[in-house]
Write a protein that binds this ligand. Sequence first.
Ligand code: ADP
Length: 729
Amino acid sequence: MIPERDKWKQFGFWMIGILAFAAFIGFVIVEPGPTDRMRAESAPHVSRTVKPVARGGHGKQVVAQPDAVAGDNTNVVTEPGAGSDNTGQAPTRTIQNARSAPKTGTMEAHELFSLMENNPEAIAMITFNNGSDRVIVKRADNGIRYYVTLPEGGGKEAAISLARQKNIAWTAQTDSTSAIRGFLFSFGPIILIGAIFLFIWNRNRKQAGAGGGNPGMNNFAKSKAQDHDEEGAAVRRVTFDDVAGCDEAIVELKRIARGLKRRKLYSFFGAKLPKGVILVGPPGTGKTLLARAVAGETDGTFSSTSGSDFVEMFVGVGASRVRDTFAKGREKVKKTGKPHIIFIDEIDAVGGKRGGGTGESSNSEREQTLNAILVEMDGMKNNEGLILIAATNRVDMLDDALMRPGRFDAQVSVELPNKEGRAAIFGIHTRNKPLAEGINNVLLADRSYGYSGAEIEGACNRAALLAAERCGAELPEDATEAQIDAFLKEAGGVITLADFDEGVDFVRFGSANTSKQKTMASKEKKNTAIHEAAHACASDIMPGADPVVKITIMSRSKALGYVQNMPSDDRYSLTVVQIVARMVTAMAGRAGQEQILGQIDTGASNDFEQASQMAHSVVTRWGMSRLGHFAVGRGGAAMRGMGSGPVSNYGPKLADRIDDEWMRINEECFKIAMLIVEKDRERIEALAEILMEKETVLGDEWVEFTRQYPSKVDKEALAFDPAAKSEEG
Ligand code: ADP
């Protein structure tokens, strides 16, 4: 059933539509040209046409007229007869149809003038028309109305003047059709445009109301936030049991969740819960998950959006989206009486420091959006149940106004998990998964050094997929559900350590490219094998290097081969010895190719990038070089020609010295790498042979290899302190 209000709306739209159509008709059709007028007069409302009787040489065609006055369909043909000449006699014959009605006829202009001149008493009334040259003449003697068209250019004025002169009653009226026509002419186009606009607006409104499809124009400024906890939606609630590896963040957010649940208690003590919490950390560490856990723990609702959703081409759109997001949140709190969590990911996209950048319109859009966030946060009442949780990896980029007390009061760091954290995250993501005997979370954590929570989830999922594929290979392709059930009961299957190994590699390096591996030329394979073997051998002997757990030349989408080093403990900082070890190890791949194969290729670019970045930081950030103890440049990417346009805070003299020192450290590390290859050439070649044959060498095999092929390098020759002055001074 259509509600009453909508019925009126529909009626309004119909009326506008009809008016618009009428305007269109008026514009195109109603204003007739001379031909149209003729056609109107000869309109076929005539029952029959009688040929005029010729009198005195005046043969006249008498044309039937619809009775404009009476407005009915009386079909009358009137024929002016004898006496319609200069005698001033009335037209002699009027033929009517059976339904007698007011009689009408036509008269020529000269006949009218003649009648007025010679027999004015015969005229009861002349009705002039303001909008046209047509007049209606009513005769006194027979009551018939005659339509007369006066000549243009003074005919009407002459007739009026003669009527005055002869004391003939006359009047003037406005033709209703010309009034409508005039109205339509003036307002038709406006009505038409208005109607088109209203039509589009109405259609967009309906589309938006129907959900799905393109949102209408009027939805443009609406929030893009997604509601995850709509009433009745089958969304599993996330709780803090689903998060691990970020204990400090969990403690802080649990405290906030408790406060949100006990708002009354907190208000009693005058304790204000933070209006905003900012989670700082690298991608995939569980920031979104934590925000959802707050909603889950408090039984509240949750909407998430990203900072970039607010940034649009049109200034003001982002700001209205912000207002809409907050308005919806408040509505939810009001409706459910439970907390509502607004989560904004990558808030730096919109909350970056103001006054930077180049694009004027994008800047003012960003600034307006940021202002809207600030205004909304200021408008939040303490303990009202609405809380904004934002995430970023670049807290130093955020505008100071955002970080002012009373806005984002709590700043919580969410770092990459340590070994214990990784084990706990593996525990969460292997829940309800069938694992092979001997697999435990600590073992898996050992194999995933530096992995984020999201990467661990990806690795577990990949492992499960592989196990399902492997075990399911025994089933027929078109197995029914019953067959699968029976198979699982009987044979079952487990996820093995090899599946996890593959999963861990897959999330970092992509899928194994077995077909490329098969077709790869042996020369190319040897190249890769020497490169990786040199990396591994350098890692084995460099003091401070992390132990090798895997060497492979299996090509994956992101690498031709790689050496995996896993520190036995979590690292929170690096010593100069460890830094040098990493630089030398990275450069050893190229050193091996250069010395053993006598050819070089582009495969070492990533290694050099890593080593060069470190060498630059040794000089400019870590104060570990001969230049002294200082840090210059802004941020970590403060390399000239590298990173995204850092602003240097040092002069050209120091810049030159930095460049020289940077290059010296690079070269020293490369010299050590060359020395290792020179001394351990045999060892490297032996490992390369094994790799060519087996593709992958794992931890235990590697230990065995190092026992069989001990290094010949003098360890003292590997020592390098970038800050040590040369003997010459
Ligand atoms: P972020 O918001 O920091 O980029 P997400 O919260 O979106 O990361 O993480 C994506 C997925 O990775 C989560 O849904 C979860 O399955 C998994 N994950 C990430 N961090 C953790 C963690 N600390 N504990 C458990 N699972 C995690």
